[in-house]
Design a protein around this ligand. Structure first.
Ligand SMILES: Nc1ncnc2c1ncn2[C@@H]1O[C@H](COP(=O)(O)OP(=O)(O)OP(=O)(O)O)[C@@H](O)[C@H]1O
Length: 676
């Protein structure tokens, strides 16, 4: 099951958003929530993190795992509740209470945009020093924040996550196909409610009619309403556009007098609260008809319709955003953790490569830090002040690739923006473009990429002009490209063009010396601890297992395991049995079972002897690591060896020493000394 976390500033907003999402996605997605005013755990992780507002994002982003995809919600007014405000007489002063001053101001702006401006709003949030002591408060779901001096509270309930955010969210969770229909039906419900509220208002005053019109004019769907006399009472601008009919020619006409075939088509549909797909002027429209007051004899109806290509356009625009993952390089070489010879050599080579402009091909298993390295190279290069554009081929449809990377001209394809658009290569001008997962690039695109690399110029889709570009290209792959070439999935000529400066990042299992260091760094990052000893102690019992594990997911996996352990064992160092199942079962070595106690003592003496000869200090921890046994077991064995006078334990840096009497002897137990 996918996971989604909503983070808001206040509890009520968090709960309302969670509730809205749970109602929509409950079967497919596990939705949980946090709020900045409550206790936030560190390193919040999910398939997607949704911030209820920009402010929530700014305040809580340090608590969120950097690798998780995030989205900041756009929230719209809760149409079901807003009509309560029309009961307040015009000119009344009210406090608008919300969880922060910024969100109070935002709600005021939203209400005013919707035309609900017959009352005077004064923002109020906790911590505000000066505010009028008014008797009426309006709040979007934050009743308990309303100050005591207020007599009447009008709760218009929390603002809901809007349709465009929901579509983005479903896309990111790869659930849009499953929910598209349901989503549009739900959305229609909201619009319907809006009209219903509006129709009541119309009877009440002209001012409210204007307000309703403002709302109707701002929605993105075509809306036609008919009253109980079967006359057209609403015909909004989108309806005009989609049906190619001017509102003034349709409004107030009885529907049986309508002759325009486009409108007729809508009315003739024998639908009852159902959806139908109509083709009008070459566009596919999804039409819904609903009866406004089913419980009465009133036959007022609302027809809503939208161009079905709209959702598609939205989808494309989100894909575009996904495609361009980042445009700033955050990492530098100094942030790449590693002391092993292999990683030091890799970094040395990469630093040299950063000075040139030639194409770099980074190869390495997933999670080894390829993107980290690409960013560091950019930041160390003469181009560091220019853009860093990261593109992930695995997230792309073939369709979109060319236009997004090379740009397009006006009219190049249906849906192309007016005036055309530049592509990511142009966006990376004077900087670096990072093409990740290059092994996934479709073959036809590979040909075009090769041409661009050779000619250093791009041609926008639909254009015959060549545009020169000054871009450094870094590509990465976790697949071995040679077998792909053999299978005809990767072009050999492109491979040679990319492989100018090849660099391999070794997998973590080949740089064992980095494992504990990385564990400590991630421990310190998560716990914000500055004490490196504390970090060392934390891993004392499990270090041998971590060192022996083969880390198929590399550093990303290690990062996850440290986080897992910190959740499972917050206050005490974890033991073997605390490790994730997968790691435990892959540890098919049972160290203590492999050797009996005396064999282990002999090995310990041997290790100490060797360290003494090499003038190296040796202690409990390094013994545990070398012999792959838990540190507390080493402690017990050392105590016995000390009692048996085989070793001398010295305080301070010099560590353990072998008793000079036994320097040239193999360890034996006291009762077997006669055998030696
Ligand atoms: N040497 C390192 N020091 C600190 N963090 C690292 C190191 N190497 C990788 N990481 C962290 O590991 C995670 C994975 O790194 P990155 O995304 O660069 O890997 P990748 O090889 O590009 O993975 P993929 O092939 O799956 O895209 C990131 O969170 C990154 O910050």
């Amino acid at each position: 099951m996918k996971s989604l976390v909503v983070i808001a500033i206040g509890k009520n907003t968090a709960l309302a958003c969670r509730e809205q999402l749970h109602r929509l996605l409950g079967n497919q997605v596990n939705v949980s929530h946090y709020y900045a005013e409550g206790s936030l755990p560190h390193n919040i992780k999910a398939d997607l993190i949704l911030f209820a507002s920009q402010l929530a994002y700014r305040r809580t982003k340090p608590y969120v795992n950097k690798t998780c995809p995030i989205l900041i919600a756009r929230r719209s007014i809760n149409y079901h509740e807003v009509n309560k405000l029309f009961q307040i007489s015009a000119g009344t002063d009210v406090l608008l209470v919300n969880d922060s001053l910024a969100s109070a101001n935002q709600t005021i702006a939203l209400l005013q945009t919707l035309g609900i401006d017959h009352i005077n709003y004064y923002p109020f949030a906790q911590g505000l020093i000066s505010y009028p002591r008014l008797k009426i408060a309006v709040t979007p779901g934050e009743k308990e924040r309303v100050p005591d001096f207020v007599d009447e509270i009008i709760d218009i309930k929390a603002r809901l996550i809007d349709i465009t955010t929901l579509v983005e969210l479903l896309l990111q969770l790869r659930l849009l196909d499953l929910y598209a229909e349901f989503l549009s039906a739900n959305y229609m419900q909201d619009i319907l409610q809006l009209i219903k509220n509006g129709n009541q208002m119309i009877y009440e005053s002209n001012k409210m009619k204007t307000q309703l019109e403002t709302i109707l004019n701002t929605v993105h769907d075509g809306i036609i309403a008919t009253d109980e006399m079967r006359q057209i009472s609403v015909f909004n601008p989108i309806a005009e556009k989609l049906l190619h009919v001017q509102a003034q020619n349709a409004l107030h006409s009885p529907i049986d007098k309508i002759t325009n075939p486009n409108i007729l088509q809508i009315f003739q549909e024998k639908m009852n609260s159902q959806e139908a797909l109509l083709k009008v002027n070459g566009h596919h429209l999804l039409v819904t008809v609903s009866t406004l007051y089913p419980e009465t004899n009133d036959n007022s109806k609302v027809y809503t319709f939208k161009d079905v290509s709209e959702i598609r356009r939205l989808e494309e625009s989100v894909r575009r955003k996904l495609l361009q993952e980042h445009n700033v390089a955050r990492y530098t070489f100094a942030q790449i953790v590693g002391q092993s010879k292999k990683i030091r050599q890799t970094l040395e080579i990469a630093k040299k490569m950063s000075h040139s402009d030639s194409t770099i091909l980074i190869q390495g298993e997933s999670g080894t830090g390829k993107e980290l390295l690409a960013q560091s190279i950019h930041n160390a290069s003469p181009r560091h002040a220019g853009p860093f554009i990261a593109v992930n081929f695995a997230a792309l449809t073939e369709n979109l690739l060319e236009s997004e990377l090379f740009g397009y001209t006006e009219g190049a394809f249906t849906g192309a923006n007016k005036g055309g658009s530049s592509g990511l290569f142009e966006a990376a001008h004077k900087g670096t473009i990072f093409l990740d997962e290059i092994g996934d690039a479709p073959l036809p695109f590979q040909v075009k990429l090769l041409r661009v690399l050779q000619e250093q110029q791009i041609r926008r889709v639909g254009s015959s002009n060549l545009i020169p570009i000054d871009v450094r290209v870094i590509v990465a792959t976790n697949q071995d490209l040679k077998p792909l070439i053999k299978k005809g999935l990767f072009r050999q000529d492109l491979y040679y063009r990319l492989n100018v400066l090849p660099i391999k990042i070794p997998p973590l299992r080949e740089r064992v010396d980095d494992i504990l260091l990385l564990c400590k760094v991630f421990y310190q990052n998560y716990t914000h601890s500055k004490d490196s000893n504390q970090a060392t102690m934390y891993f004392q019992y499990i270090a041998p297992y971590l060192l022996k594990y083969n880390w198929p997911g590399n550093i990303r996996e290690l990062q996850n395991i440290v986080e897992y352990l910190l959740n499972i064992c917050q206050n005490k160092p974890p033991h073997f049995t605390d490790l994730p199942e997968e790691l435990q079962s892959s540890c098919n070595f049972k160290p203590s079972a492999a050797k009996n106690k005396n064999q282990l003592k002999a090995s310990i003496c041997q290790e100490i002897k060797q360290a003494n000869q090499e003038n190296r200090s040796i202690g409990r921890r390094s013994l545990a690591q070398n012999l792959i046994i838990p540190e507390n077991q080493v402690r017990v064995l050392l105590e016995e060896l000390a009692k048996e006078t085989w070793i001398i334990s010295q305080k301070g840096r010099s560590g353990l020493k072998i008793n000079p009497l036994y320097e040239n002897k193999q360890y034996h137990t006291p009762d077997s000394c006669d055998k030696i």
